[in-house]
Design a binder for this molecule. Structure first.
Ligand code: ZN
Length: 257
């Protein structure tokens, strides 16, 4: 199949889009403290200059823009940053994900956010600790968990700062691994009650009928979780990588494209 040529097209309603992007970042470069917004530039996250969807655009200072171009700032960091900016004003905000290293044989990959690897070819199921915060003025119920899985090609290889585990997880949900590309929502029988303005933490143990599924190095996955509240709205979680440190081919799975 011929690849479509990607042409730069001018952004419709540029000044309006710029104003919205500037508001999204609070008039400060999302990667440094620079607030000289008059010189800020628009970055196309998926590197397709014709994709002017607002979810694909990030407003930032020229220095950090060129760092992205030189890969000094990774694409995954850019995507995570955009997602965090979008979630910043939502009712439930994602704080962190880690693995329960005491109870499963997974550990973070150094220097890559939200990436984990199975230790020593063991094939135990990963157990994630998710921390979020309820920013709304009402008690919310965690009612469903959506998961989409992408099996990654072999050969993709990367790093993570373990985040502090301040809270004890209140509940563990067992979620079955989904087939490649499929989104499956698990409706929770034990709904988690989350008081207003409180941080909360729960675990997800990801399992599969085959113990082989999670074995490195041949099994690499990108996981896309969404947490549903009050059967009403979802909070997207940054991509989680298993046995891999990079993957960003298909931004649409992030709903950014
Ligand atoms: Zn900057």
């Amino acid at each position: 199949m011929m690849k479509k040529r990607k042409l730069r097209t001018s952004i419709p309603q540029l000044s309006k889009v710029k104003a919205e992007l500037q508001k999204e970042i609070g008039s400060v470069c999302p990667f440094c403290e620079n607030n000289d917004v008059g010189h800020f530039q628009i970055h196309h996250i998926d590197e397709d200059p014709s994709n002017n969807e607002q979810n694909n655009l990030l407003f930032l200072c020229p220095t950090c823009h060129s760092k992205i171009t030189k890969d000094d700032i990774s694409k995954k960091d850019v995507i995570d940053k955009k997602l965090n900016l979008r979630n910043r004003n939502s009712k439930v905000q994602f704080i962190s994900v880690s693995v329960d290293e005491e109870n499963c044989s997974w550990r973070p990959i150094e220097n890559v956010q939200n990436s984990f690897e199975a230790v020593k070819l063991k094939s135990l199921f990963p157990i994630f600790n998710f921390s979020l915060i309820n920013n709304s003025d009402k008690t919310l119920l965690l009612t469903g968990i959506k998961l989409k899985t992408r099996r990654l090609p072999i050969g993709l290889a990367g790093p993570n700062v373990p985040l502090p585990n301040i809270l004890r997880p209140s509940i563990t949900y067992k979620i079955k691994m989904t087939l490649d590309g499929k989104t499956i929502e698990t409706i929770l029988k034990d709904e988690l009650e989350v008081p207003s303005t409180r941080a909360f933490k729960f675990q997800i143990e990801l399992y599969d009928d085959s113990m082989e599924t999670f074995k490195p190095p041949f099994n690499k996955y990108a996981l896309f979780f969404e947490f549903g509240f009050n059967n009403d709205f979802y909070t997207e979680i940054p991509m989680i990588l298993l046995n891999s440190s990079e993957y960003y081919e298909e931004l649409k799975y992030y709903s950014l494209a």
